[in-house]
Design a protein around this ligand. Structure first.
Ligand code: C5J
Length: 220
């Protein structure tokens, strides 16, 4: 066990039981013309975390530690997309509609793919998820148990939606989560900070938070 400086207290990292979980670093969320922009968001601020996550990926790969990526996406026939999700609000484009990067949030479309700089490599796990949380209707929980992973180092977007949902799901299943604060971003800076505050409050009720610099120094 090694100790990572973190909020609200040091994270007891067990390197042989930890995986890097990179959530939804898809064009649909971070590039213009995708799902994120269709909801009225300025997606450009999210691009700032790409080099940070690239550094984390490089270190985990170099150390031979497991990496898991997720993509929020749906089957082309939308059978895994609840009507309540697709029909929400009044966006100019809905899930499954044709956009400049293909059909929004549909598996296999360009927009649903991971941005080039963070593309998975052979041997890394990819979890396609129809919900916000990465455990809902996916094999993620079974995969973690099968590989004896008990701790998740969490990065990706967006902090208060898919990242927070996933951390809460993981926490309820007995996994310890360390959120990397400069490797996650939101369309709403205040929501990012509120998420970090909520998760780490009450003695790490949802998990821990650290910076990539502090984490990488310890892993190195
Ligand atoms: C959202 C996500 N924000 N990956 N998805 O709809 O956070």
């Amino acid at each position: 066990m090694v100790s990572v400086p973190a909020l609200p207290f040091p994270f007891p990292l067990r390197v042989d039981e930890a995986a890097l979980l990179v959530i939804d670093m898809q064009r649909d969320f971070v590039e213009p013309g995708g799902f994120g922009e269709s909801l009225g968001n300025d997606v450009r601020p999210l691009q700032a975390i790409i080099p940070v996550i690239a550094d984390l990926l490089a270190l985990f790969r170099q150390q031979g530690l497991p990496v898991i990526h997720t993509r929020e996406c749906h089957r082309p026939d939308l059978t895994d997309c609840p009507k309540a999700k697709r029909n929400r609000g009044d966006p100019p484009l809905r899930i499954g509609d044709d956009g400049p990067m293909g059909r929004l949030l549909i598996a296999g479309e360009h927009g649903a793919g991971i941005v080039d700089a963070l593309a998975p490599i052979a041997g890394e796990t990819m979890i396609d998820k129809p919900g916000k949380g990465a455990f809902h209707a996916t094999p993620l929980g079974d995969e973690l148990v099968a590989h004896r992973i008990t701790q998740l180092v969490v990065a990706g977007v967006t902090t208060e939606v898919c990242v927070q949902s996933t951390i809460r799901e993981a926490n309820d299943r007995g996994f310890e989560c360390l959120l990397v604060t400069d490797a996650t971003e939101s369309y709403f800076p205040a929501f990012k900070q509120a998420t970090i505050d909520m998760l780490t409050a009450q003695g790490a009720i949802g998990g821990w938070a650290t910076s990539s610099g502090e984490l990488m120094e310890v892993i190195r």
